[in-house]
Ligand binder design. Sequence first.
Ligand SMILES: [Zn+2]
Length: 300
Amino acid sequence: MPPRRHPVRYTLWLARTGAAPKTLSLPAWVPLAVVLILLVWSGLNLWLWQRTAEMRSLQIQLVSLSDQARKLNNQLAAERTRNNALSQDAQSILKQLQVLEAEINALRERAGMPKIKLTPTRNEGGGRGGDSKPVALEDVLQHASQQTKAFSQELSEVSPALNETLEREAAMPYGYPIRGHTRITSYFGYRRNPFGWGFEFHNGIDFPASYGAPVQVTGAGVVVEAGWKGPFGLAVVVDHGYGYRTLYGHLSSISVRVGQRLERGDVVGRVGSTGRSTGPHLHYTVFRNGSEVNPARHLD
Ligand SMILES: [Zn+2]
């Protein structure tokens, strides 16, 4: 009969003062299990400690990263603000260019030249309707420098034409020959003969005025006649160029000489009643290419 194997057991003696010791009989696997548990636990602890260290370092990295991110964000915001400001500058440059273009076109119109289109419309280049994309500053600046060249070229071209227009306008008879005297006693055209029977053609306009009132030339020009002129008595004729001449008649005195250059408003003489006249008044005639025209068209 084989000897019966007893299972190995450990007995734990727990000594107590003044009392019988306590014994604890344990199967053999228990201390093994305890040792194993201790090993696992300390391993776990080690692992956890390592993880915590890793976590801490990760946390530090994270803080530094988020710091960097915040800084970058701030920079981005600043950049965006700067870009917005630049974009607004660009818009204002575009607006100014448009104003300039309008002014140049006004000048061109004044000079009798056709209008031009220099600044492109904002939505050029495939922007969908109402889609207000911010204008790229470089584009605007490049465009602006081109435009400025085009504008100055434009102005140098408009300038002579405009000067001619302004000269012509300064020369064209315009306004009343006696300041503040807008009353008319005799109009241009056929009228009853003031000296006898029937009708006669009156080739100008008569302005009643007191004797000696100053008579002013109605446009820039050169005096071509200054003296006695038959029925007009003492008279002055001024050549304005562009086919225009004006005559001031029945004067009491003349204050200009033939060949004298006059600007609009210069006094040519004083109101009188010389020649074929019934009382102090100014006879005013406007000639266009040698024939008399209605001066009324040149008053206002
Ligand atoms: Zn008259």
